[in-house]
Design a protein around this ligand. Structure first.
Ligand code: BG6
Length: 485
């Protein structure tokens, strides 16, 4: 339900990459769709511009080209009317008084969106509290929230002294993606799959987020982060928790988050001695991606020439509960891989006894492939008899392509999440406990890599990662599903 009072949305990091590519376009789309209350205002905070006119000019040249479809002029100009600008040097507490003056002219709920370096989260929250702006306000924290369990706890503790948990919106943009929401619909809106969704019927599950992109000008950040922190601790573990969770009591915030948390807490801890058996670290080297030569990671801008940061991770994960005991979940993510794809593959167990003498039966099992991006689809694979003489079986699939059913324009993840913040809906944001449980599970891997000085295995850009990632699955008699499209 749309709020009918106004809102004041304060965007810290107003000229940053995220503001430019995702946040301002997301707000614009919400405006274009008539989903923002008329009285809502957006205050961009940055120190790079002298005044509002200069900021609006920057928006014209830098934000507009990230809007799809290209906004028509009246709506774009109308959107610009919502924008105010306050020049604040975030390190200067006295500058925040300017912000307070601007906010005091406006009505409705207050949202502070921190699209800044995480090291600024606590100083900004404290400054907001000192000038009396934090009471009743909502705060949005972008990832990465910390570097490890300890630093993430430190941020959560400090922010938690100022804002109550129910006003803290930790973003994981994967939760705002339409297909991820659809995963909830598929699992909990249908009876069909639920009886099969367990160890008795499922042999293994794969979750892949593969990117063609490299580090895209974020070399500095990425080189001190790596794929485990950038993608596994958050997006992949969130997807895993949605795939594996028990049916929630309702779609309300606490029910959903509690069930995801139970999964994260049930992840089988990885003992130090087991890390090298269940975790593969990779780094891309030169290669050819879709016909174009791409450079090695270590030659990217901002990356150290001797970097041992991973740009690829593959993991075997187990969940210690009755539903999933003994079922391996294979997670994989990487940059500069052969294709951009995010998908979940549920491999079902083989038939207990084969009555057919068919190679097809030996080589392929029933499986469900849920593709999240670039296109959204669900495919159910099975075997059918080839027409003609003899009893030859062949793999076929039922195909549900969502764009055939739903012609509507899809809402971008950020647009959905921004509207949720403005409307006070927390369900698609990460609770502190989830975040810390994820860090707790991931951290031993990082510690062990550091202790052993594990150097990432090289893979050529444009491939599916190092051979060790395939070997990880081969030990379990399976392989990554890569050929679908
Ligand atoms: C971000 C990571 O959280 O997710 C990026 O920091 C990554 O490194 C991005 O490229 C992937 O998101 P998407 O929506 O493009 O799959």
């Amino acid at each position: 339900m749309q709020v009918d009072t106004g809102f004041t949305f304060v965007l810290f990091g107003g000229t940053g990459d995220l503001a430019m590519r995702k946040i301002l376009p997301g707000l614009y789309q919400a405006h274009r769709g008539g989903l923002l209350p008329a009285a809502g205002r957006i205050i961009a905070v940055a120190r790079g511009f002298g005044n509002r006119e200069a900021y609006l000019q920057w928006m014209h040249t830098h934000v507009r080209n990230h809007i799809k479809p290209d906004g028509d002029d009246p709506l774009w100009n109308d959107f610009l009317n919502r924008i105010l600008f306050v020049r604040v040097d975030l390190g200067q507490p006295e500058d925040y008084a300017l912000l307070r003056d601007a906010i005091s002219q406006l009505s409705g709920i207050r949202v502070f969106y921190l699209a800044t370096r995480p090291s600024l989260f606590v100083p900004i929250c404290r400054a907001l509290s000192i000038i009396g702006l934090s009471d009743g306000a909502r705060i949005v924290l972008e990832k990465p929230l910390g570097y490890d369990l300890q630093s993430s706890k430190a941020i959560n503790n400090a922010v938690g002294e100022i804002f109550v948990e129910s006003h803290i919106y930790r973003i994981d943009h994967y939760l705002g993606k339409e297909p991820v929401q659809n995963l909830l619909a598929l699992r909990f809106g249908n009876t069909l799959l639920e009886p099969l969704w367990r160890r008795e019927w499922v042999e293994s599950i794969q979750i892949t987020i593969a990117e063609e992109l490299g580090v895209e000008g974020r070399g500095d950040f990425y080189d001190s982060t790596g794929a485990l922190r950038d993608m596994v601790q958050n997006h992949l573990l969130q997807l895993l928790s949605i795939v594996a969770m028990e049916p929630p009591h309702s779609m309300h915030t606490d029910s959903l988050r509690d069930e995801k948390l139970r999964v994260l807490r049930a992840l089988k801890p990885i003992e130090p001695g087991a890390v090298s058996r269940v975790a593969v670290r990779g780094q891309y080297h030169t290669g050819v991606l879709k016909g174009v030569a791409v450079p090695a990671y270590i030659t990217e801008q901002g990356v150290s020439a001797s970097s041992t940061t991973e740009t690829f991770v593959a993991l075997k994960v187990e969940i210690e509960n009755w539903r999933w005991a003994g079922v391996p979940f294979f997670l994989r993510t990487g940059k500069r891989l052969a294709d951009r794809v995010a998908e979940i593959v549920v491999n079902f167990r083989a038939v207990p006894h084969s009555v057919f003498d068919s190679m097809a039966l030996r080589n392929s099992s029933n499986r469900l492939v849920i593709r999240l991006q670039p296109n959204e689809s669900i495919r159910l694979y099975g075997l059918a008899k080839q027409p003609g003489e003899g009893m030859n079986l062949q793999s076929v699939h039922l195909d549900l392509a969502f764009d055939k059913f739903f012609k509507e324009e899809r809402m971008e993840a950020y647009q959905r999440l921004l509207l949720d913040v403005i409307n006070g809906r927390l369900a698609l944001f990460v609770h502190r406990d989830e975040q810390e449980a994820a860090w707790r599970w991931v951290e031993p891997i990082l510690t062990e890599w550091t202790r052993l000085g594990t150097v990432p295995k090289r893979y050529a850009a444009g491939t599916w990662g190092p051979a060790a990632a395939s070997a990880l699955l081969a030990q379990h008699g399976t392989c990554w599903l890569e050929e679908e499209n």
